[in-house]
Design a protein around this ligand. Structure first.
Ligand code: SF4
Ligand code: SF4
Length: 385
């Protein structure tokens, strides 16, 4: 059986255009009332990575969230908007994130509430491949239904973030750094994220991707906004991501999440397992979208086949760096580094590359976007071979 994905064009975030597009997007899947009933408590789990301005295209667009909240209210659902951003999961920090992402405006314009319950619940999941015991934000467990509303972006560590990776935000604030420390390799890390999605899947009725304006280059926060002009929706997060990755010109086998899906027998993990309704994939593909360089060194089979030793791997793996003159000395990177690989020297961040696990959380969280990812000359040569 094929997974159905709805793909709809939307040229901008003008609210009437978004209303038309979102209605069409959900009608293609049988209508929103197929998934949500009157009086149900619905959590819109947006991508609220941190307190980044809407114009940076880092967070799910507020107009799109507002339109979804309006549609849910028409059905009679009780709507909460929430996420656990990077940093502390508390009222003070999340209020700054809600303001920057203009979710406060959404709450003013609708009856939707911004989550203000910052409790967490410990969960056991013996079936998990990596995540067998973890904390989940309570608001997600309390909801009758979750709608996962992610953003189409490149990602320096996981190469892409869409629907699957957005579910990492169900893990409370700083605990995410601990997960990075325990899962320094991207395959282990993404297996953890997939475990969280599998654990919560009965509650997540829909996955929607905001790709009207996505992010290209060194995402998920330091990249550049890029028009894609599409909304994508499915009941399956991998299906949404497969379509998004094809649109931005990626090759499926270059992305760890689909490799993991294939190994774990999760469908879909290839294009032939999709049925796309609405716009065609061919009319949506962007040929010059700037992806994150992917040397496939995350894939053990590739390493084995090329016989690259651990020592050489270290030389060719990308690493974080900062221009001394640009660093503001705010210490945000140091506070969030999961492996204590950053020290401040004369007010400037300094990286210990022996300790660095290349998670690129520092780049993701630097408010001034001054951390860059560099590749060695050897890596550049190898990728050209
Ligand atoms: S220095 Fe940056 S990339 Fe390295 S471990 Fe720390 S946060 Fe991750
Ligand atoms: S977060 Fe950015 S500006 Fe702040 S100390 Fe680190 S590199 Fe410097």
């Amino acid at each position: 059986m094929k997974e159905i994905v709805s793909l709809v064009k939307c040229s901008d975030y003008e609210i009437d255009n978004v209303r038309i597009a979102m209605k069409s997007l959900l009608d293609n899947l049988g209508g929103l009332d197929k998934f949500v009933k009157k009086d149900q408590k619905v959590l819109i789990k947006a991508n609220l990575l941190n307190n980044f301005k809407v114009e940076t295209a880092t967070t799910t667009n507020p107009v799109a969230v507002q339109v979804l909240a309006e549609m849910l209210e028409e059905i009679g659902a009780i709507v909460t908007i929430g996420d656990s951003s990077a940093g502390l999961y508390n009222k003070f920090h999340m209020t700054t994130v809600y303001k920057a992402a203009k979710m406060t405006t959404v709450a003013e314009n609708t009856n939707a509430k911004l989550n203000d319950d910052f409790d967490i619940v410990n969960c056991s999941y013996p079936e998990g491949v990596v995540a067998k015991n973890f904390d989940i934000i309570k608001v997600a467990l309390d909801a009758d239904v979750i709608i996962n509303f992610g953003k189409v972006k490149t990602h320096s560590f996981t190469f892409f973030t869409g629907a699957v990776k957005n579910l990492f935000g169900l893990i409370p604030g700083m605990q995410k750094a601990q997960v990075h420390a325990e899962s320094p390799k991207v395959v282990k890390f993404m297996n953890y994220v997939v475990d969280i999605g599998e654990f919560m899947k009965d509650k997540i009725a829909l996955h929607i991707l905001d790709g009207v304006v996505g992010m290209e280059g060194p995402g998920p926060s330091a990249g550049t906004p890029r028009k894609i002009e599409r909304f994508i929706a499915s009941t399956n997060p991998f299906a949404c991501d497969l379509v998004a990755v094809k649109i931005i010109g990626g090759e499926i086998e270059h992305f760890p999440e689909f490799h993991i899906a294939k190994v774990r027998g999760i469908v879909p993990h290839e294009e032939s397992q999709l049925e796309i309704v609405g716009e065609t994939l061919e009319s949506s593909i962007i040929k010059d979208y700037i992806l994150v360089d992917n040397d496939l060194l995350w894939n053990d089979e590739v390493i084995k086949a090329t016989a690259i030793s651990k020592r050489v791997q270290k030389w060719i793996t990308a690493y974080p760096t900062v221009k001394k003159s640009q660093c503001k000395g705010c210490k945000k990177c140091q506070e969030h580094c999961p492996n204590d690989a950053i020290t401040m020297v004369k007010g400037v961040a300094k990286f210990d590359l022996d300790l660095c696990i290349r998670c690129f959380c520092c780049q993701e969280l630097c408010p001034y976007h001054v951390i860059k990812i560099k590749r060695s000359w050897l890596s550049k040569i190898l990728r050209k071979m």
